[in-house]
Design a protein around this ligand. Sequence first.
Ligand SMILES: [Zn+2]
Ligand SMILES: [Zn+2]
Length: 374
Amino acid sequence: MTMDVTFLGTGSAYPSPHRGASALVLRTEGECWLFDCGEGTQTQLMKSQLRAGRITKVFISHLHGDHLFGLPGLLCTVSLNSNPDPQQRLGRVDIYGPRGLRHFLRVTLGLTGSQLLFPYAVHELEPTSDQSPEEGQLSPEVTADGPLHPQEQPGRTISLDVSSECYLLFEDKRFVVQAFRLFHRIPSFGFCVQEHDRTGRLKTELLKELGLKPGPLYGRLKAGEAVTLESGRLVLPAEVLEDATPGRKVCILGDCSSVLGEGPLRLCHRADILVHEATLANEHREKAVEHGHSTPEMAAAVAQACRARRLVLHHFSQRYKPCGAQKEGGKDDVSELKRQAEDALQDSGVEVVLAEDFLTLNVPIRCDQSLPVR
Ligand SMILES: [Zn+2]
Ligand SMILES: [Zn+2]
């Protein structure tokens, strides 16, 4: 199964002709999950190989406009371009994000009289008071629950699991997706998409030798169950299954100057891809932290703490023009941000990648590290 990540916007604060505002898509087998949706994301999507109509889930890291202003417009355009035949309608779009997101969509879609041809649900994460300075916290009346938008279906309210320091968003046959807390000017979250390990193939030759014919017993062995043959011989799954393939892990952090707690670092352990912001260069650390942001060195420290395989930097101040649009070695050269992260990660084995708009990174299956059968 292919899995890739495409950056649609790598700029902070606002979209510019050089960099779109924050948005990226994780794609697996044709299904697209959108992470953040800054203003202009829909035009960035149109310029990419991705199709907005394939978006089934949206994850919003925090409510700053450069991560959210594009969402109502995108939903309306997807609706406009979707098939009006009730038999062909799109399924529900599930949207995950901080408390306040439900209210934001009701107000923007409601006041503009926007109707959608598909249902949506907003699942809100309850922030904790230590995720931002006091002035960054929403007052209860701003997020008061009113009537649902006509196409809105009730969503869940998800609280922090204190023991893991994470939020369980959902789990299905292929993935478990969790969120975790970050410190920023307003409550911000990171997301961890963990693919389940894949059971190894059955050793069919061996099964034949044992006298087992294809059928329900094959399924039971594959599901990890021991099986007793008519002869009384017990067949253990470990005997007849190839090694399992480890699932892939992609972690995408919202704006932050730090990660809250040890739980998220354990969750992101050995991430194949860790996407972290690097808004300003190391020499502007004080200013970055003051605004709740990170430098390449700070992003590198997080990648090192969770022993990520690849650190992908994004959310650059608009002062950093993309490689090629700026003289190398000149003032505010974006490649300097990469060098700074690499310097901090010397000999750690973490690869540093500089994201640019429309960069697609493949997340390959790790055949090098097969898992023994449990
Ligand atoms: Zn931002
Ligand atoms: Zn922000």
